[in-house]
Each structure stands twice: as structure tokens, then as C-alpha cells.
Design a protein around this ligand. Sequence first.
Ligand SMILES: *Cc1c(COP(=O)(O)O)cnc(C)c1O
Ligand SMILES: [Zn+2]
Length: 439
Amino acid sequence: MIKISMHQKCIKCGENYPINQIIYKCKKCGNLLDIVHDIEKLKELNLKELFNKRWKSRQFPFMSGVWRYKEIILPVEDKFIISRPEGNTNLYSSKNLLNYTGCKWLRLKHEGENPTGSFKDRGMTTGVTQANVLGSKVVACASTGNTSASLAAYGKFGGFKVIIFIPEGKIAYGKLSQALAYGGMTFQIRGNFDDAMALVQEASAELNLYLLNSVNAFRLEGQKGIVFELLQQLNWEVPDWLVCPGGNLGNSSAFGKGFKELEELGIISSPPRVAIIQAEGSNPLYLSYKTDFKEHIEVDNPETIATAIKIGKPVNYTKAVRTVRWTNGTVEQVTEQEILDAKAQVDGAGIGAEPASCATVAGIKKLIDTGVIDRKDKVTGILTGNLLKDPDATVNYHMNKIPNIKPTYANKPIVIDANLDALKRALKKSTPEQVQIVK
Ligand SMILES: *Cc1c(COP(=O)(O)O)cnc(C)c1O
Ligand SMILES: [Zn+2]
């Protein structure tokens, strides 16, 4: 493979840093860094054709939905690559969800189909690969759950020691169980996610831990694979909208950068408009958007049942603002009721996803209702995590056990005696149109 150079660059002051320097924020101005690729050199490679040739490849590392796009993600030697392999997630269309959202054309890409059940695996494969390139031995992150599940798996798979910081209490059970199962050393912080994030940043500097939160620019490179693969699944035809949830804003940041690079490479002529959806109780980007980003607003005590987006001080704020500007995008917020009803619809369509993912569908419905998205627009949405991640949210909704939430689409278990008569009686009462009784 030909050598393709990369370097790190501050998004604010433009200061450059070598690609293998361990650095997360600009030394001069404290802002976030980008990985910069040599676009002119990459143009010579005819990447679209190369990516198409690798589609459904069984060859390492190209069978991964991240490393298929290696040249524009992280062109390192194959021997360093730690891959499960991730990606290759399905794109779903559903009549039920067309009805629910009001769209005429909708595709949902299910990133919950990744090895540990969330899109975080796409960033983690590039993150731990870079840790490997750098010769780091210990990797660390703060997490609302899925990042720790992913880091624990990828870290252990790659032979690292893994240290995890999670907020006290409300971490979804599926995620906590993964972190413990894979053997991540897990610290439960007395405080919320933002407190855990502050601690891990301090600790990584002092204790020589390689930090794998999305402040790590190498992780965001891998997450671009979501939209590269999405576009490839659509034969590189660009939809009108891409809708995703926003928490720490790593994903939305990665999408903007990925689209920009595809544009510069001449693979697409313009990006889809990116809509970032937040929960009403955890909406710092939405509040800032409402001031036209003149004010950078943070939320002190974020609250939402969608724990993956329960973040009041998103570290990738500036990059997400860039995505909204570059793509003529938008930011919307949705209520807890809207998230959970959308989840019941996504689940009931036989697709299924965790609460934060369903903010995407709730957001699409809202943006159609308010006329921001036209019914005729082609809409794509990202489902970020697997249904099984948060069984409590699902069961409590259907059992009417969530305070102040109406279980609009409840599917309660029906208790009956163990005999056929009881069953027939119950069937007649509940869903006669769905179950035919022949005798
Ligand atoms: C991490 C995560 C999010 C939020 O993504 P950001 O990149 O932090 O904005 C949303 N949904 C799920 C399931 C997640 O794991
Ligand atoms: Zn700088």
C-alpha cells in the first residue's frame, strides 16, 4: 500500500501536530483537533471504485464496514488493526414507520447491529488501533454505557488493560453488564457523566492512560464509516436528510467531516442536511442553536430516560456546530413521551432499538409535523444502539411503570390459566383480528 500522510490540526487556530503525538486538545488554544488527510493524493486512488470493489469482501481488514474505507479513515499498516469486524449494518424500511413519521421515503441504518450493540464499535476499532500504533498499554474512557461496553470489548480483544469511569446510578443494565463481563476495571463515580468525563481527562494526562472518549479524534474517524457505508448502500446517491441523536456530539461531528471529505474527493456533489435530535431535558446544542450559536449553552443537570444522550456539556460541541453549518442542518428536541412512543413504534415494527436511538424517529416525526422536512424528502436516520441494551426502559413502558409517561402503545403480558378455554377467551378479548381461531 502506498503511504498516505496524515496530521492533526486544531479546528480553531490551525496549529498542526504530528499524527503520532498523543494529544487530545490544541496546546495553543485548547480547542479540538481534526485528523487531516491528504485529499489531493487520495484523489489519485479512485476511491469510489476501490470501495465498491471491496463491498462484501472477506479479506482482512476490508470485511469491516470501517476498514473498507481505510484510506480516508486511518491508513495504517494492517498489522496494527484491531477489528471484530464492525459495521455492515442493515438499512431498514418499514411501512409502519412511514405511517408513524409521515415520510414517503425512509431508511433506518441500524448501528445496534455492531459487535457490542452500538455504533461506538466503529470508533473503537480505529481508537484502539491507534493506541496499538502508539504502543499504549492502558486505555480509558468515561461513559454513559455504550462507550465502556465497546472499549472493554475492543480493549481486551486487543490485549490492553481497560479502565472505565461511569456515572453513579442510572447506567442501563445491558451496558454495565458488558463492561464488567469483558473485564474492564470499572470505577463508579459519585457524580454524573460530565463529572466522570472531567476526571478521566485529568487522569489520562497524569497517569499516562490513552483516552478513548470521542474527544479522541481517531475515534471520530472510524465513525465516519457509518455514513460512508450508508451512502454506498444507496449507490452513492445522497438522500435529502440524515437524522441522528446528539449526546456528546461525536457522531454528528464525524458525519459532517465525512461528508465534507467525500465532497472534496468528488464522490458526492453535496451532503445531506444533518438533523441532530436531543432530549428536552438534555438539550445544550438545541438551546445554543436557538441563539444561532451566538451563545454556547450548557445544561447543568441533564435528565432523560435516553441515558446515552444524557449529557449537558458535550465535548464535541464546536465540531457539531460545524456539521450543522456545513450541511445546512438543523437541531430539534423531543420529549420523553415522544422518545418512548417512537421506541414502541420502532420496536413494534420488528426492528427494535434503545431509547436514545429512537430520538431519531421521534425527531423525524416532529420535523415532518413542523414542515422542516418535506414529506417527499428522502430521509435517512441512524438507530444508534440495540434494543437489549436497556431492558428496563422497554419493560417499564409496557407495564406502565414510568412516572409521567403514558404507555400509548403498551403491549402488556396477559395472565391466564393454563387451559385452552382460558386462552380462547383471552384471544377473543384482545386481538381477534390478528389471531384466527379455526375451531
Ligand atoms: C453514544 C450514543 C449516542 C450519542 O452519540 P454522540 O456521538 O455522543 O452524540 C446515542 N445513542 C447511543 C445508543 C449511543 O451509544
Ligand atoms: Zn488551537
